[in-house]
Design a protein around this ligand. Structure first.
Ligand SMILES: *[C@@H]1O[C@H](CO)[C@@H](O)[C@H](O)[C@H]1NC(C)=O
Ligand SMILES: *[C@@H]1O[C@H](CO)[C@@H](O)[C@H](O)[C@H]1NC(C)=O
Ligand SMILES: *[C@@H]1O[C@H](CO)[C@@H](O)[C@H](O)[C@H]1NC(C)=O
Length: 312
């Protein structure tokens, strides 16, 4: 395939995809990203002051509009790109994910909500091909509530055989992680059943439940969904910087850098960068896996309304 041909993928729009959610989906998601019985997590799992955890929309691209389990393999075949080589689902790695939160979500969607997705980037190098998509969650009147960028790395894929990059839109990039001591640190514990709970939000990839598949993929057993770790990190930022206010978080993005296994402990290290847009504070962060000592999430960036109680 020539570079002119693959350039055409950039800008390609998928058909709108309907989505729905109920309150119980919001609660299940909060549990999947580590909400516990503590007072600060209760607002995301219990009624009186109930609110959607702000990163919830990231699972809706998996869930769609069905409350039932979906077949992972079928879903992978669903998003076929014209002229793109066949994708090996076992050699796709989620490279990065960001979410810009434009409006707080209602607790129950009702009908008429949808994803509008387009491809905004394709790049190739010796190790494979990276595709970037932009997805906007919109209500029945087309009002946008969240904008997501997601990139997936197709390991070993060759298209032009050369270095190639065409990108028309993407998320803001994090500043380099400072060498100084972090301004905030938050530790949390994933549970041995974390992936079993997280998958009920819509990502039924067997890699996260079938040890044989995890072995074959070279992980020595099952691994936790990257987006579960993503949610753990978002909870950490919201607690220590955002005063645990559901609407404090405006942008949150990461690169996925190494796997987490259910039961691993996580440590999120956060540095204040300076003022962000619209009265927010920009922070950068990494989430370390305390079992391996490696960064599980790197290149973290967030715009968050800093709470007066968030002491440096
Ligand atoms: C190719 O791109 C990926 C994803 O951006 C990156 O992780 C990798 O280091 C790059 N490989 C080479 C050989 O440049
Ligand atoms: C591709 O280009 C975009 C913008 O032109 C840039 O932000 C991005 O870092 C580039 N990606 C790679 C893998 O070189
Ligand atoms: C700042 O707020 C305005 C008005 O709500 C919005 O249009 C704009 O996109 C926001 N900017 C950023 C960078 O979030």
């Amino acid at each position: 395939m020539s570079s002119a041909d693959i350039s055409k993928i950039v800008g390609y729009e998928l058909k709108d995809r309907p989505v729905t959610w109920l309150k119980r989906d919001l609660i299940l998601y909060a549990l999947g990203v580590g909400a516990k019985e503590t007072e600060d997590d209760l607002p995301f799992v219990y009624d009186p002051k109930f609110a959607a955890f702000p990163t919830y929309p990231v699972v809706l691209t998996f869930k769609g509009d069905s409350p039932e389990l979906n077949l992972f393999a079928e879903r992978m075949r669903g998003d076929k790109l014209p002229g793109f080589p066949p994708v090996d689902p076992n050699r796709i790695v989620h490279g990065s994910q960001s979410i810009e939160i434009l409006k707080p979500l209602p607790l129950t969607s009702g009908d008429g909500w949808k994803w509008k997705t387009r491809y905004t980037g394709i790049s190739e190098n010796k190790s494979g091909v990276v595709l970037t998509t932009e997805s906007v969650l919109a209500d029945p009147q087309n009002v946008p509530y969240a904008k997501l960028y997601s990139s997936s790395f197709n390991l070993g894929m060759k298209i032009t055989g050369d270095k190639f990059n065409k990108t028309i839109a993407g998320p803001p990039q994090a500043k380099l992680t400072p060498k100084t001591k972090p301004d905030w640190v938050y530790e949390d514990q994933t549970s041995s059943s974390q992936a079993l709970v997280y998958r009920l939000s819509g990502d039924y990839n067997p890699l996260h439940i079938d040890p044989a598949i995890g072995q074959a993929a070279g992980f020595g057993g099952v691994i936790l969904h990257g987006l579960s770790t993503f949610g753990f990190a978002a909870r950490a930022l919201l607690k220590v910087v955002g005063g645990n206010k559901p609407d404090a978080l405006k942008l949150f993005g990461v690169r996925f850098t190494s796997p987490v296994k259910p039961g691993d402990a996580l440590q999120t290290q956060i540095w204040e960068v300076g003022p962000g847009p619209n009265g927010t504070t920009e922070v950068t962060f990494v989430t370390k896996n305390l079992r391996t000592g490696k960064d599980a999430l790197g290149g973290g960036i967030a715009y968050i309304v800093k709470s007066p109680s968030a002491k440096l």
